[in-house]
Write a protein that binds this ligand. Structure first.
Ligand SMILES: Cc1cc2nc3c(=O)[nH]c(=O)nc-3n(C[C@H](O)[C@H](O)[C@H](O)COP(=O)(O)OP(=O)(O)OC[C@H]3O[C@@H](n4cnc5c(N)ncnc54)[C@H](O)[C@@H]3O)c2cc1C
Length: 284
């Protein structure tokens, strides 16, 4: 349970962190909250020679409104996001996802950027990042680029991040008026990771659903948008029957995980139950 030895670096800026990444190449690893990285170092699943701790770069810690978008610095902790009055007011689902993570220690250290970079299939953030159609801003040797959430999560612990790139910001569009959202999960009882987590955002017009975004985490190796549920609820009046009909389409035709916590059948059942609950919570 003791990591192999490494050299510790604490850059003061993103450009300094990028220089260190360039300099040490494959030997280097970025650390934010350390709440996923340190356990893997202790288990020797990862043995970097250089640890680049970006958690105290103040330029990566903020939440602000910028012309229709909530911009969140990559090193902002789960707790700071969950408690933010701005986030609670504009996109409650994001606040709910943040406060559903682990326990208070984990939320005080773990960061949004670190969680999405890690892309654990049971992590809470990916569902609401997908449902809110966020953009992930990354910086590397060739400058900055923006990645749509729908292109970011590519597989189990895999993302569209290139070697030597750092996530610097997550940009979440403020949804239109008459939009309501919810994130609900069935937690693994010990770790609190999501056995199944469902994020829902619905916009209503004249009593029926004009636009729906529904995404799952925990169900399959990578978080995903569930187009079948979205299509089934769009155009419908929101009531118990339309919600049940849409939720019954959850997780159809996707690669469902199975492990000693939950079989495929049980996960699929939970996906339907949590789609129904999250749609109902958003509708209310
Ligand atoms: C006991 C426990 C319970 C937990 N429960 C939950 C839970 O219920 N739900 C949940 O979602 N998560 C849970 N977690 C995980 C927690 O949310 C982590 O904080 C998170 O997954 C990783 O964020 P971090 O900032 O700690 O990243 P780190 O551990 O520092 O890094 C994780 C990975 O991302 C890379 N990385 C970090 N930051 C960046 C960046 N800005 N750009 C590029 N790469 C980067 C690192 O190199 C590393 O590979 C739990 C963790 C623990 C220890």
């Amino acid at each position: 349970m003791i990591p192999s030895s490494f050299e510790y670096h604490r850059p003061a800026s993103v450009s300094e962190a990028l220089q260190l990444l360039q300099q040490h190449g494959e030997e280097a690893k970025i650390m934010s909250g350390g709440h996923s990285l340190l356990p893997s170092l202790k288990l020797r699943l990862s043995e970097p020679g250089h640890l680049i701790d970006i958690s105290r770069i103040s330029d990566l810690n903020y939440i602000r409104e910028e012309g229709g978008v909530i911009a969140i610095g990559a090193c902002t902790t789960h707790n700071e996001i969950g408690k933010s009055a701005l986030v609670q007011e504009k996109i409650p689902m994001i606040s709910q996802a943040a406060l559903a993570i682990g326990d208070v220690q984990v939320r005080n250290r773990g960061t949004l950027g670190g969680s999405i970079a890690h892309a654990d299939p049971a992590a809470d953030w990916p569902a609401s990042i997908l449902a809110s159609e966020a953009e992930i801003v990354v910086n590397g040797a060739n400058g900055a680029r923006n990645i749509a959430a729908s292109d970011f999560f590519t597989g189990i612990f895999m993302t569209a991040l290139e070697e030597n790139e750092i996530i610097t910001e997550i940009r979440i569009p403020i949804p239109p008026a008459n939009t309501h959202s919810a994130y609900l999960k069935f937690p693994q009882p010990a770790s609190r990771f999501a056995l199944v987590g469902c994020a829902v955002m619905i916009t209503r017009s004249n009593g029926s659903v004009e636009r729906a975004r529904v995404a799952f985490t925990g169900v399959s190796p990578s978080a995903f948008r569930d187009n079948a549920v979205e299509e089934a609820i769009t155009g419908q009046a929101v009531n118990a029957d339309s919600i049940k009909a849409a939720a019954d389409k959850a997780a159809e035709g996707v690669d469902i995980m199975s492990d000693h916590y939950a079989s495929q059948d049980y996960r699929k059942h939970l996906a339907k139950v949590f789609a129904k609950r999250a749609l109902t919570a958003a509708a209310n």
